[in-house]
Design a protein around this ligand. Sequence first.
Ligand code: ATP
Length: 343
Amino acid sequence: MASPTVGLPVGTPFGSPHALSPSIMVIGSLNADLVTYTPRIPAAGETMTANGFRTGLGGKGANQAVACAKIGRRRGDATPADLKGAVPVYMVGAVGDDVYGQTMTSSLTAAGVDVSGIAVRAGQSTGVAVIIVDEAAGGENRIMLSAEANGSLTPDEYAMSLPTPGGGLPSLLLLQLEIPLPTVLQILETAHRQGVAVLLNAAPAQMLPDSYYKCITHLVVNETEASFLSGTALDLSGDDSQRDKELSRVAGHFLALGVQHVVITLGAAGVFHATSSDSGHIPAVKTKVLDTTAAGDTFIGAYALALVQGQTVAEAVQWANRAAAVAVGRRGAQESIPWLDEL
Ligand code: ATP
């Protein structure tokens, strides 16, 4: 296995000649999570009483923006002096003109995210995830996503240029696949043309045309997504060296298509990272697990932040493993993401 210290100075691949100082922009989904805890899954036509219900804030886009912001600030930081040096985080997306949209924007603002790029769509609903948690089955969940306002982001809006809510282009753009795929593809193309580095979290997994992979600086996927997108089975049942060989093979598929850095997250087993010249496995932080919701989003926020702050990819992965380990020790999505002073 190659050294896990990948050692690439991450400032170099970052492309935007226009970004004067580090900044992160997320273009993606914002959802209200409606979670019902049940003793079992109701049968067709059956009405049953649930054990409990809660609403939460989610959506991979919003979660990752919150992760970038919280992990870059101490809780309660508010004055210009407190925030000196904090990386600005801009969220771009759409919510409906309903109570979920209002709650979402005020919660993102409280976390330190600039919400001026969030459109409020009149007459539409905010995106919703209806989640049933089967408590008898160890908390196994079933999720129905309704895109609602998230579905209103059109490719045309991004054809000429990326949005610039902070007045300039970001040093890193984060994308996921919870907004319409044609819109994501247009954004990838525009970012590539404008020289903006992109981190794509290809989740939930959908096939991407091969020609778009060259627009991706950092591809971050879990093992299931890596297998789906590469169109090959991933057998991780062997020993460490067989596992790394297998991950290297799948990462090689994306590198050959033009991705610069491939990061495959493996839950409690850590992370595999590869570039065309180096690769390695970095273990997760051992911790007590309460709820893994938003572990991936926390990892991505911390990884992105560390990169724009000039850390190497290996350092960024280690930092992100630490942040995600804190998140899995707490319940919930955005509320489980740690502030800087909790790391
Ligand atoms: P999710 O969809 O649940 O948010 P994911 O499938 O996208 O997550 P994972 O690979 O499960 O992503 O986890 C992302 C990262 O979170 C891991 O690389 C690791 O750093 C951390 N993590 C996840 N599970 C654990 C665990 N049990 N113990 C320690 N760290 C964990």
